[in-house]
Design a protein around this ligand. Structure first.
Ligand code: ADP
Length: 268
């Protein structure tokens, strides 16, 4: 089994203020997936410009100030849920048109969080679809939260990756982003950022790159999830899905294309 993440930064125009799809990359990736050989595949995609602007505007996941504020946040929940669902439909359509038997799995219809972490989530349906030969496509969404101070929150695709990895024990976890992997600092901001081939712990990251190591924004959250997964013995790799051919290589079991996140770098 392979779990493949398609970053919101790749399939959408991430920095756009309105939801915009990056059709060139999405369709190319769908072609790469369909021409790869895999037995069981789960695709997880991020929300990019289909989710973040709304979740931010309506402060979903922030402490509820009063009933009026809760009502506004609930409206934001409905709006965000609707946009990420539209994105998921576009992703599933693109995959299916290229030949992938994609079925949509909506997190907000079966996942509940507690303090922004997955609390209740039954994977039987996903397992069933896999057994039937479908490719389940799940995504970053908004979900209810049992913490009464927040009541609703954002569930990132990266947290879903960690949960699926932990519970389904895939052979391979691949995350396609818009950069080549983890760098010593944000490569979009610093020309002298250096790509790391392996990351084994946050301490290791700091030690290797000295005080220059700086992982921020979405990449920081992603790395924390992946390091937790690595602690459980499940290795993952961040690759550049914006570069033609890399998704196909990764699905065909090639290693060392990006940055590998594993527990112990000597444990090959
Ligand atoms: P995705 O949408 O692909 O899941 P994000 O947009 O959340 O990913 O995170 C990827 C972004 O993280 C990159 O575009 C990059 O600008 C930023 N980033 C920040 N620090 C780093 C770092 N040290 N190494 C790599 N990328 C970094």
């Amino acid at each position: 089994m392979i779990i493949l993440k398609l970053g919101g930064s790749v399939i959408t125009k991430k920095d756009a203020e309105e939801p915009l799809i990056n059709y060139n990359d999405l369709n190319r990736i769908a072609e790469e997936i369909t021409s790869s050989s895999f037995d069981k595949l789960i695709i997880v995609h991020g929300a990019g410009s289909y989710g973040h602007p709304f979740a931010k505007k309506y402060e979903i996941g922030k402490k509820i100030r009063n009933e009026q504020d809760f009502k506004r946040k609930k409206l934001g929940f409905c709006i965000t849920q609707s946009w990420v669902k539209k994105l998921n439909t576009i992703v599933c359509d693109s995959l299916r048109e290229k030949g992938v038997l994609a079925v949509s799995i909506q997190p907000s219809s079966f996942i509940i969080a507690k303090n922004k972490r997955i609390y209740s989530c039954n994977l039987d349906l996903i397992k069933k679809y896999l057994d039937l030969g479908f490719v389940p496509v799940i995504y970053g969404d908004v979900v209810p939260d049992i913490n009464e101070f927040i009541r609703i929150c954002v569930l990132s695709g990266d947290q879903i990756i960690k949960y699926l990895g932990e519970n389904l024990k895939p052979e391979r976890v691949v995350l396609g982003s818009d950069v080549d992997g983890i760098y010593t600092k944000d490569p979009k901001k610093y020309e002298d950022a250096e790509l790391m081939d392996t990351v084994t712990s946050l301490e290791d990251l700091n030690a290797e790159g000295s005080s220059n190591v700086d992982v921020t924004g979405g990449m920081n959250g992603k790395l924390l999830e992946l390091l937790e997964l690595a602690e459980m013995g499940i290795e993952s790799e961040i690759i550049n899905a914006g570069k033609k051919g890399l998704i196909k290589k990764a699905l065909n079991h090639q290693n060392g294309i990006g940055t590998v996140i594993r527990k112990n770098k000597h444990n090959y």
